[in-house]
Design a binder for this molecule. Structure first.
Ligand SMILES: Cc1cc2nc3c(=O)[nH]c(=O)nc-3n(C[C@H](O)[C@H](O)[C@H](O)COP(=O)(O)O)c2cc1C
Length: 261
């Protein structure tokens, strides 16, 4: 039997373009990164063209590049991902909406709640790109003098994932019985208290939003180091990567697949 192979397409939008000088093309919209009307049209066009996902990257700081180079880039300004993707959810129907969520500068309860909300608002189209945020300038925006060391960032990320997915399991699928006769809104037997106490986090739960439509929203990971690949292999359903030749790309693929097994 011939196995049907299908190519899936995702658009890395950040939120409008990756090319730092793309705004200079004669017909480009120079303000596209922070102009919702343009981004709305891009998302709708991608959906019409059968793209599976719209990915919104996030960096939590203006990139730490020399100002002489940075002043030519359209990337220092963009929307906060959840605000943008929630708005896009209401003007699209099918396309997946993937946002970056940092495990270094955020809290699992916030992240679990935001993705659960986006999953409900979009009818089950949310995806979380787990990143540990390598930009050291981000720490300066969160009251920290120094960025966490690479290994620590990944250890925290692994525990962060356990807490977020644990919180998504706070309510069983049929927990909300909404019985108007008896007056019972939910069934306490279908409520699960996480009670997580680990090295980095102490989170009781439960999450104050119903189980996400997908159960767990899609998990994406983009690490390329040893620790990054290991996190991808242990957690991700889709892996972002970037290679300049086929041999390196195949080696990466094989490595992550082998670790996943
Ligand atoms: C396609 C792609 C998208 C990425 N998106 C983000 C992002 O939105 N925010 C971020 O801080 N890092 C992002 N990264 C960087 C990765 O999270 C990661 O830090 C980088 O690949 C280096 O790997 P390492 O963390 O394992 O050393 C992205 C990487 C790739 C390949």
């Amino acid at each position: 039997m011939v196995r049907k192979r299908q190519l899936h397409l995702g658009a890395f939008m950040r939120p409008a373009t990756i090319h730092t000088g793309g705004w200079r093309y004669p017909n480009s919209y120079a303000d596209a990164n922070f102009n919702f009307e343009h981004i709305k049209k891009f998302a709708q066009r991608l959906e019409k063209a059968k793209f599976d996902a719209f990915f919104m990257a996030d960096h939590l700081a203006v990139l730490n590049m020399p100002l002489d180079a940075l002043k030519r880039s359209a990337t220092p300004t963009s929307f906060e991902p959840f605000t943008l993707l929630s708005a896009l959810a209401s003007v699209t129907k099918n396309i997946g909406l993937v946002a970056t969520g940092s495990t270094t500068y955020d809290e699992p309860y916030h992240v679990a709640r935001r993705f659960a909300s986006l999953d409900h608002i979009s009818g089950g189209r949310a995806g979380w790109n787990i990143v540990t945020t390598s930009n050291p300038n981000a720490s300066l925006n969160f009251g920290l003098e120094e960025a966490l060391e690479h290994g620590d960032r990944y250890a925290r990320a692994r525990e962060f994932y356990d807490v977020v997915t644990g919180l998504w399991d706070s309510w069983d699928e049929e927990a909300f019985i909404k019985n108007k006769e008896t007056g019972e809104y939910f069934d306490p037997k279908k409520l699960n208290i996480l009670d997580h106490k680990g090295k980095y986090f102490s989170v009781r739960g439960p999450l104050n939003i119903a189980r996400p439509v997908q159960g767990w929203p899609l998990i994406v990971q983009a690490g390329s180091s040893d620790a990054g690949r290991q996190l991808a292999a242990e957690t991700a359903e889709a892996v972002f990567t970037s290679h300049s030749d086929l041999i390196a790309a195949r080696a990466f693929y094989l490595d992550v697949k082998t670790r996943a097994k």
